[in-house]
Design a protein. Structure first.
Length: 206
């Protein structure tokens, strides 16, 4: 079920427009896979925090066993992931280093978890739930994997739904009990996060 749609878009620059198109495509894929799902709920673009400390995730998925953060990476063409975890993007046959989106996704996921730990009444509750990330690159991007093979945290945007379902199924197989986040808990958590969402406000007239 979709608990939060994307915020209104007021960007003007080509970079902002390209980012929004990628955001819309990811939201479309998530809606297609989970719009009517009884087990997975989606919040698209979330910013929560207090003061200057803001936790931001591109897309947050709630499932019976935990939280999964989807980080969009707006890339085009070929992407190489080296054995040491370094990412290389190729433009006009020229390589360029970039920060690992996997690391960024985990930092954002941990920031969100820290916010939840601080703000929910049942302290330590989120220590018992799974916390996962997926980095989604555009469907048109080709990925050159490290010698160890494909990475579980990275896929094309149109594969996210399948990867999420696989992860939830894996959690279900190893769980000793039903998930801690039933439908009611997920709905309550989603409403709580939506109520604290801080949109990134931009003037529509600039």
């Amino acid at each position: 079920m979709i608990l939060k749609e994307l915020d209104p878009f007021y960007g003007r620059s080509q970079e902002e427009i390209a980012a929004r198109i990628a955001q819309d495509r990811m939201a479309y894929h998530l809606r297609r896979f989970f719009g009517k799902s009884p087990d997975i709920d989606v919040l698209n673009y979330l910013r929560v925090g207090s003061g200057s400390e803001v936790a931001h995730v591109d897309h947050l998925l709630l499932h019976p066993y935990g939280l999964l953060v989807v980080e969009r990476e707006n890339l085009s063409g070929r992407v190489q992931i080296k054995d040491d975890g370094q990412w290389i993007r190729w433009r006009d046959n020229q390589p360029g280093e970039m920060r690992s989106p996997i690391t960024r996704a985990y930092l954002r996921a941990l920031s969100l978890k820290a916010f939840l730990d601080k703000n929910v009444k049942q302290k330590g509750f989120f220590d018992g739930v799974e916390l996962d990330v997926l980095v989604a690159v555009p469907d048109t991007s080709s990925i050159q994997w490290p010698t160890m093979g494909r990475m579980a945290e990275v896929c094309n945007a149109d594969q996210v739904g399948e990867r999420v379902n696989q992860r939830v199924a894996q959690c279900r197989r190893v769980a000793v009990a039903s998930g801690m986040l039933n439908a009611s808990e997920r709905r309550r958590l989603g409403e709580f996060l939506c109520s604290l969402h801080r949109p990134l406000v931009k003037s529509a007239s600039r």
